[in-house]
Write a protein that binds this ligand. Structure first.
Ligand code: GUN
Length: 283
C-alpha cells in the first residue's frame, strides 16, 4: 500500500486565502495594511529565491512588503541600525532577517535586537521562552506549518508517539514543543542518538529536519506512520528531502513530498504570523 501524499501546496493556498480574507477585514477596520519587512544580506541564490517568494506572498495577501537588500560586506552595526529603525517604524508589523547571515555578523545579536512583538520568525529568545512555557507568542513558521499539516492529515494528535529528528532552534526544538503542546509523546532525536532506526520505528509521527539527503530510510518507518520531511537538499539529482521518499512512501500512511510539502506552508505561516502581529498592535 502506498502513502497518502500530504499536499502542502494546496493546504498553504487554502491558508493564504483565509488570511487574505482576514487582511481585507483588517484593512477596512484600521484603514491600513499589515506590513512585513524582509532583510536580505548578500547574494546567496537560495536565500534570494526565498525572499522573493515571501515578498510575493505578502503582496498577494493584501499586505505591504518592504524589502531591504544589503551588500554581503554589510557590518553588524549597520544591520543593527536597520533593525532598530524597523522596530520603531509604525508601518512595519513584522521583521524577518533572512538567515544565514555573512560571517562578519553575529546572528544571535541580530535576532536579540528584533522587537519580540515584531518577531514573526519566532526566533527571539522571548518567543522561544513563550513557546516553551505555553504563553502566546510567535512560533517559528516551519514547525507551525508542519503541525498544521499533521492536524489536517490525522485530526487529533493526542497520545501519539512523535519522533523529531534534528534539534535546531529553527525547526527541531520548536517542533518538539508544539507536538508536546498537542499532547504527543515526544522524542527529540539527533545526530548522537543511539540506534536512530529503532527510535524512529516506534513513531506514529516522524518529522525529519536534519539537512541530510535521504537519511531517514524506508525500513525505519512504522507501517501507517505520518512522515513530515522538512529537508530541502540541493543534490546532483535535484531537490531531495531528508527522507528516502520512494521507500518511505511504500510503508507510511501519509507523507509530504519535497518540493510541495512543508516549504509552501512555511510561507503561509509567515503571512499568518504577520497578520497576528498587526492585529496585536492594532486590533
Ligand atoms: N533561512 C531559512 N529558513 C529561514 C526562516 O524561516 N527564516 C529566516 N529568517 N531565515 C531562514
Amino acid at each position: 500500500m502506498s502513502a497518502a501524499i500530504i499536499d502542502g501546496k494546496a493546504a498553504a493556498q487554502a491558508l493564504r486565502d483565509r488570511i487574505a480574507d482576514e487582511v481585507g477585514r483588517f484593512r477596512s477596520a484600521t484603514r491600513r495594511a499589515p506590513g512585513l519587512a524582509v532583510v536580505l544580506v548578500g547574494e546567496d541564490p537560495a536565500s534570494a529565491v526565498y525572499v522573493r517568494s515571501k515578498g510575493k506572498a505578502t503582496i498577494a495577501a493584501g499586505m505591504e512588503s518592504f524589502e531591504h537588500r544589503l551588500p554581503a560586506d554589510t557590518s553588524e552595526e549597520h544591520l543593527l541600525a536597520l533593525v532598530e529603525k524597523l522596530n520603531h517604524d509604525p508601518t512595519v508589523d513584522g521583521i524577518l532577517v533572512q538567515l544565514p547571515l555573512p560571517a562578519q555578523i553575529d546572528e544571535s545579536a541580530i535576532i536579540l535586537a528584533i522587537d519580540p512583538d515584531k518577531d514573526v520568525d519566532g526566533f527571539h529568545p522571548v518567543n522561544a521562552g513563550r513557546l516553551a512555557t505555553g504563553l502566546p507568542g510567535f512560533v517559528p513558521c516551519t514547525p507551525l506549518g508542519c503541525l498544521k499539516l499533521l492536524q489536517a492529515a490525522l485530526g487529533d494528535l493526542r497520545g501519539k508517539e512523535a519522533v523529531v529528528v534534528g534539534r535546531s532552534n529553527i525547526v527541531g526544538k520548536p517542533m518538539a514543543l508544539l507536538l508536546l503542546g498537542a499532547d504527543c509523546t515526544v522524542t527529540l532525536a539527533h545526530s548522537r542518538t543511539r540506534d536512530l532506526p529503532e527510535v524512529v520505528r516506534r513513531a506514529d509521527i516522524v518529522v525529519a529536519a536534519v539537512g541530510r539527503p535521504g537519511l531517514v530510510r524506508g525500513e525505519w518507518i512504522k507501517p501507517g506512520a505520518a512522515v513530515i520531511d522538512v529537508g530541502i537538499n540541493r543534490t546532483e539529482g535535484g531537490l531531495t528531502g531528508d527522507v528516502d521518499y520512494p521507500a518511505a512512501s511504500a510503508v507510511a500512511g501519509a507523507i509530504t513530498p519535497v518540493p510541495g510539502g512543508v516549504g509552501p506552508m512555511t510561507i503561509a505561516c509567515l503571512i499568518r504570523n504577520t497578520l497576528v502581529a498587526a492585529a496585536r498592535r492594532d486590533g
